[in-house]
Structures are given as C-alpha cells and as structure tokens.
Design a protein around this ligand. Sequence first.
Ligand SMILES: [Zn+2]
Length: 118
Amino acid sequence: MHETGLSEAIVAAAVRRAAGRRVTGLRVRIGGHPVDPDVVTQGIQLAAAGTVAADTAVDLVLEPMTVACHDCGRSGPVDDHLVMVACPRCGGVDIDVTGDDNVVLESITVEDVEVGAI
Ligand SMILES: [Zn+2]
C-alpha cells in the first residue's frame, strides 16, 4: 500500500466534507493488506498539517484479509506479509486469501460533532 498517497486522499476527503469547519476526528476503516497503524496515523497527521484537520485525532479500524490453507485447514487473519506467501503452520503454498482490500473514510468529527463521511 502507498501510505503517503492514501493519507493525502483520506485527508482531502475529510477536508472536503468538513467544508471549512475544523476536523477534530477521523475514523478510517482499512481492509486487506497488513499495515502498521502508527505509520498510517502519522501519515494522516502529516498530510493534515496546515489544513482544517491539522489537530485531528485518528481512529483506525483494521480489517485484515483471511488466509485459508488447503493442506492443513488453518485459517486466520493476514497479520504479516509472509502469511500471504505460505501457510505459517505447515508451510504449504496451496492457500486462499479472502477479504476486501479497500480503505474507507468511515466518519469524521467536525468541531466535536460526529458526521458520516460523504
Ligand atoms: Zn497449512
């Protein structure tokens, strides 16, 4: 995932939604590939500098994809990129990855009032 472009897109959407009001909170749902929440949060706060969202709090909701192994039957969330390459239990490569790979700006808080995004 390209965290920088993603962060800028999230901030741009929130700023547009806020229509000039001060953004005090963002809730972002991230599905798919494992991400480092700290990196994403910092990226958003960096992208928000100098905008109406400059002092926003960032609330991330992570929804990782799931990997199912056909060899041993293990099924679990993708919390590491290695899991997408081979099964962590048996090392099998006959695996299925399921789940949505998307990022959604779920809601924003404007001047301490939560509003739906878009
Ligand atoms: Zn396995």
